[in-house]
Write a protein that binds this ligand. Structure first.
Ligand code: HPA
Ligand code: ZN
Length: 339
C-alpha cells in the first residue's frame, strides 16, 4: 500500500453524493434477479461489467434505470443499502447522506413505503452495527414533470421527519432547475434541505438557477461553475459545498483524463469541494479510490486530502456538535500520521 493509500484508508470522512441505486453491484443484481424471478439482459457478472462503458450521462442512466428493475421487495432495498454501508465503513466513512430515486420504483408499481422502509431499516442498522450516521435525500427525476415531483413529495409526507432533504438528478441538459422551482419551495416550507445536481453536463446558468430559484444548501457536481469567474466568486463567498465525483466524471466523459480534473483548481480557488463516489458500482470505485486516484493524478498530498475530508463534514447536515467532533478526529488523524 502506498503512503497516500494508507493515509486515505484511515482518514475519517463523510460521503455526501451517493445514489443508493448506483451502489447495486452486478453480483447483487444477479442475486436479486434470481430471488425475484426477473429477467436481466446479461448472461454473467462479467458481461454486466463489460457493458459499463459510457459516452455521457444519458448512456449511463439508461443502464442504471434498467438495473434498478431487480429491486422489488423491502428486503431488496434493505440489502442494497446495508451492502453500501458495509463497503463505506471499510473506507473509514463515518457519516453518509445518500440519495434515492423513488420515482424509478413507484413508476414500476413498487410502493413508496416498500422502498423507503427498506432503506430506513438498513440505515438504522448501519448506525447500530457500523457506527455510521446517515441522512436520506429524496431525489426528483428531472426528466419527469414537476407535477410528478409534487405527487412524489406528497407521497413522502408521512416520512418528512426521517428525510434530510430533497435533491434533483437524472438527465440534466434540457431539464433546468427552474422546472422544479415550486416543488423545491414546497419542500423548503416543510423544513427539508435542498440540494441539486447542476453543472455536471449543464451550463453555469443551471448553477445560478439552482442557487437563485431552488435555494440549494449544497451543489452536486458543479464542475462547469469554473467556466464563470463571477459564479466561482459567489460560491466561495456563500461557502457552498460542492459534492465532486472524480471517477464518475471520468466514466461519463465530463473530464477526458483525471490529470485534467478540476478538483485541485477548485481547492485553490477556495471552493469547498468534497470527494464522493456517485454510483460506485457503475463507475469502478468507492470513495477511497476516488480520493487515491485523484490524489495521484493531481499530486494532492495529505494536507489537501485532510481538507477534503474536513469539507465533507463541514458541508454535511450534521449538527454543529457532531461536526466539531468529526473535524477534531480528522485533525488528530492527520497529526498522528507520519508521511
Ligand atoms: N447525474 C445525474 N443523475 C444521476 C447521477 C449523476 O451523476 N447518478 C445517478 N443519477
Ligand atoms: Zn449523482
Amino acid at each position: 500500500m502506498s503512503e497516500i493509500e494508507a493515509f486515505v484508508a484511515g482518514l475519517p470522512k463523510a460521503e455526501l453524493h451517493l445514489h443508493l441505486e448506483g451502489s447495486l453491484e452486478p453480483e447483487l443484481m444477479f442475486a436479486l434477479a434470481r430471488r425475484n424471478g426477473v429477467d436481466i439482459p446479461f448472461g454473467s457478472v462479467d458481461e454486466v461489467r463489460a457493458a459499463y462503458e459510457f459516452a455521457n450521462l444519458q448512456d449511463f442512466l439508461d443502464i442504471y434505470y434498467a438495473g434498478a428493475d431487480v429491486l422489488r421487495e423491502e428486503q431488496d432495498f434493505y440489502d442494497l443499502t446495508l451492502a453500501y454501508l458495509k463497503r463505506a465503513a471499510a473506507d473509514a466513512v463515518r457519516h453518509v447522506e445518500v440519495f434515492f430515486d423513488p420515482q424509478t420504483h413507484t413508476d414500476r408499481s413498487i410502493p413508496f413505503a416498500t422502498v423507503i422502509n427498506g432503506i430506513l431499516a438498513a440505515l438504522a442498522e448501519g448506525e447500530r452495527e457500523l457506527g455510521i450516521t446517515s441522512g436520506l435525500i429524496l431525489c426528483f427525476l428531472r426528466h419527469l414533470s414537476e407535477d410528478a415531483a409534487f405527487a412524489t413529495l406528497q407521497t413522502a409526507e408521512p416520512y418528512f421527519d426521517r428525510l434530510a432533504g430533497v435533491g434533483l438528478d437524472s438527465s440534466e441538459v434540457g431539464h433546468p432547475p427552474s422546472k422544479f422551482r415550486r416543488v423545491f419551495a414546497a419542500a423548503g416550507q416543510n423544513g427539508l434541505r435542498r440540494v441539486a445536481h447542476a453543472g455536471e453536463e449543464g451550463p453555469p446558468a443551471y448553477v445560478y438557477e439552482a442557487l437563485d430559484l431552488l435555494h440549494i444548501d449544497r451543489l452536486d457536481h458543479g464542475n462547469r461553475s469554473l467556466e464563470d469567474d463571477a459564479l466561482v466568486g459567489r460560491l466561495v463567498r456563500e461557502e457552498m459545498t460542492l459534492t465532486v465525483c472524480p471517477l464518475s466524471n471520468l466514466k461519463l466523459c465530463v473530464v477526458d483524463d483525471l490529470v485534467n480534473h478540476p478538483l485541485r483548481r477548485m481547492l485553490e480557488l477556495g471552493l469547498r469541494a468534497t470527494v464522493n463516489s456517485d454510483d460506485p458500482a457503475y463507475f469502478g470505485g468507492y470513495v477511497n479510490e476516488n480520493y487515491v486516484k485523484t490524489a495521484r493524478a493531481l499530486g494532492l498530498g495529505p494536507t489537501d486530502l485532510a481538507t477534503l475530508a474536513k469539507n465533507s463534514f463541514t458541508g454535511s447536515f450534521l449538527d454543529d456538535a457532531a461536526k466539531t467532533r468529526h473535524l477534531a478526529a480528522v485533525d488528530a488523524y492527520a497529526d498522528g500520521f507520519e508521511i
